[in-house]
Design a protein around this ligand. Structure first.
Ligand SMILES: O=C(O)CCC(=O)C(=O)O
Ligand SMILES: [Fe+2]
Length: 383
């Protein structure tokens, strides 16, 4: 990339950031948030429950039209097509190449935890047995980012990482694995607001994108319900192991946050079960309809090695690791999404992370089980 286009991108990044901060600050007073959800159970039960669709061999145009612009999650099952990392990366590779480094782990809510030797950590998690969705193990912390100073981080985000001397695993790994991966084939070459790339080509392996991370986690580890800090899109690129969890429509943001954090009324006395809709009649049905918001949707995902999932901008999600996992993730925003993105962010403010996982709420987990395994439950009921 030449000097001038690099300088244009840097200025674009700064202007974008300043413009956003000012707009959001000016609208701060209008941020409306439901602080408790009296109808949470009814809303969760009546929401449409879907599996995240899996597609392959998808064009940039189709991906953008069908998913990105509609904020519809999707898993591209051949997402890692063309990545040498698919063959090279693994627990052994990272232990061999970076094993001597010290890394700081994080808990399910991104809080910094113990500092460990990378090799010891990777060896500990690599052979653990798989778990089912809903089984959590809080003892096993996550390796997400190990950033260095803010200034060095800026240099990486502007594609100047090769100038930086660092002892941070994330930064060093970013430099050393550059040739093993590239922009996923279904994402546009340019026309991005975050990071700023209006012409030329975005190379996310050269210019560290927002929230870039190489994630390592053990079965039972969790990233609690949250909306990504900047409310941009994320691609979660699964290299090894399996992850599962849920993404919620924007209409459910307050409901799920209040549910996870214990500010939702989940008692059945107040709201009748909607899952047994067929046996309810007359006024009960009217009541159900009034609780239902047509936009409410819960997407469940099951992400396997080689696949990439789009987590659409601004949507709350919770991610559970089911088997020893390595993922690569970063965030972005295209120019065509910018207006909607900013309007939404002015209303809702920055992202957040819940203080407890939604999977730990029995009423929510039951809704998941009823929808994910309807046959099992009817067998159980008739037995
Ligand atoms: O992989 C995880 O545990 C969390 C991923 C995530 O939340 C993201 O990429 O935005
Ligand atoms: Fe996230």
């Amino acid at each position: 990339m030449n000097f001038f286009s690099n300088a244009r991108n840097i200025l674009g990044d700064i202007a974008m950031w300043a413009h956003e901060e000012v707009s959001i600050y000016r609208h701060n007073k209008e941020t409306l948030r439901e602080m408790e959800s009296r109808d949470a159970l009814a809303r969760l039960e009546s929401a449409e429950y879907r599996n995240v669709e899996k597609v392959s061999d998808i064009s940039v145009a189709e991906f953008s039209e069908r998913y990105l612009m509609k904020r519809e999650p999707v898993i591209v099952s051949d997402g890692l097509k063309g990545w040498r990392g698919k063959q090279i990366w693994g627990f052994d590779y990272f232990a061999r190449e970076f094993g001597e480094m010290s890394v700081q782990l994080q808990d399910a809510g991104f809080k910094p935890q113990q500092i460990v030797k990378l090799r010891t950590y990777l060896q500990e998690i690599a052979s653990l047995p798989a778990v089912e969705l809903g089984v959590m193990n809080n003892d096993l912390d996550y390796l997400r980012y190990t950033y260095d100073s803010f200034f060095k981080h800026l240099l990486f985000t502007w594609g100047l990482g090769h100038w930086v001397k660092t002892n941070s695993f994330s930064f060093l790994a970013f430099q050393r694995i550059q040739e093993h991966w590239c922009r996923p084939y279904f994402l546009p070459e340019n026309g991005y607001k975050i990071p700023w790339v209006q012409s030329g080509t975005l190379h996310p392996n050269k210019r560290m994108c927002q929230d870039w991370g190489l994630y390592f986690s053990a079965p039972g580890a969790c990233t609690r319900l949250h909306v990504d800090g900047m409310r941009t899109n994320a691609v979660l690129c699964q290299v090894e192991g399996r992850k599962a969890g849920w993404i919620f429509s924007a209409s459910l943001e307050d409901v799920v946050r209040n549910t996870a954090e214990g500010r939702a009324d989940l008692s059945r006395s107040a709201h009748q079960s909607l899952s047994q809709g067929s046996i309810y009649q007359g006024s009960m049905r009217e009541n159900q309809k009034s609780q239902r918001n047509d936009e409410d949707c819960i997407w469940q995902f099951d992400l396997l090695p080689g696949e990439i999932m789009l987590i659409p901008r601004g949507l709350s999600h919770e991610v559970h690791t089911l088997s020893p996992s390595i993922s690569l993730t970063y965030n972005f925003l295209t120019s065509s999404e910018y207006k909607d993105y900013l309007d939404f962010k002015k209303q809702r403010g920055h992202g957040w992370i819940a203080n407890a996982p939604i999977a730990a709420i029995p009423e929510f987990f039951l809704i998941h089980q009823r929808n994910a395994f309807p046959a099992n439950l009817s067998e159980g009921a008739s037995a």
